[in-house]
Design a protein around this ligand. Structure first.
Ligand SMILES: CC(C)(COP(=O)(O)OP(=O)(O)OC[C@H]1O[C@@H](n2cnc3c(N)ncnc32)[C@H](O)[C@@H]1OP(=O)(O)O)[C@@H](O)C(=O)NCCC(=O)NCCS
Length: 156
C-alpha cells in the first residue's frame, strides 16, 4: 500500500501534469485534454482553500486527491491516479482519505462531479447517483453527479 501525505505547493506543476495524464486514460483527444488543462491545474490557492493528499511510493507520486468546501456539503474535487498505478487499490485509499477529510470538516454529504469513466468506481465506493451537472469546461457536456452520505459509517 502506498503512503499518504500532504503535498507541497512547489509540487503544483507535477501534480497538474499527473491530473492530465490520468484523465487521458479515458481516451480523450488532445484538444479535449487541452480544454480541461486549466481546470486540472493546481495553484498556490489550492493549498489555501482546500485539502490535498498524495499517494507515494518512495519519492514517486502515484495519485492525488482534493477535498474542497466547508459546511454540511463538501466536494471531492480531484481524484487522479497515475495510469500505470491504477487497479492497485490507490484510488480506494485516496477516496477513503477524502471521506475522512470531509467528515473532519464536519460535512454530512460529499458530492462528486465525476468523469463519466470514473462514475462506476465511485458507485463501487458507495456513492449514489444525484443527477447530472453541466461541465464547466465544455458547453453542453453533462457529468454524472454522485454523493456520499457521510452519516452512514465507513464506505465499502
Ligand atoms: C477512477 C480511478 C480514480 C480509480 O482508481 P484505481 O486506483 O484504479 O481504483 P482501485 O484500484 O482503488 O479500485 C477500487 C475498486 O474499484 C473498482 N474500480 C476501479 N475503477 C473502476 C471503474 N472505472 N469502473 C468500475 N469499477 C472500478 C476496482 O475494480 C476495485 O474494486 P474491488 O472493490 O472489487 O477491489 C482511476 O481509474 C483514475 O484515476 N482514473 C482517471 C482519472 C479520473 O477519471 N479520475 C476521476 C475524476 S472525477
Amino acid at each position: 500500500m502506498s503512503v499518504l501525505r500532504s503535498p507541497q505547493p512547489d509540487q503544483a506543476a507535477a501534480l497538474s501534469d499527473l491530473c492530465v495524464r490520468s484523465k487521458a486514460v479515458w481516451g480523450y483527444d488532445a484538444a479535449f485534454l487541452e480544454a480541461c488543462r486549466a481546470a486540472l491545474t493546481l495553484t498556490a490557492d489550492d493549498w489555501m482553500d482546500s485539502e490535498l493528499q498524495v499517494a507515494m511510493e518512495g519519492e514517486r507520486i502515484l495519485g492525488l486527491a482534493q477535498v474542497r468546501g466547508s459546511g454540511q456539503v463538501v466536494e471531492l474535487d480531484k481524484l487522479f491516479i497515475e495510469p500505470e498505478a491504477r487497479a492497485a487499490g490507490i484510488g480506494r485509499q485516496l477516496f477513503d482519505w477524502c471521506v475522512a477529510a470531509a467528515r473532519k470538516r464536519g460535512a454530512i454529504v460529499m458530492t462528486i462531479d465525476a468523469d463519466p469513466g470514473a462514475a462506476d468506481f465511485y458507485r463501487r465506493m458507495g456513492a449514489v447517483d444525484d443527477g447530472v451537472v453541466a461541465s464547466s469546461v465544455i458547453p453542453g457536456r453533462f457529468l454524472p453527479r454522485l454523493k456520499v452520505d457521510l452519516g452512514s459509517g465507513p464506505t465499502a
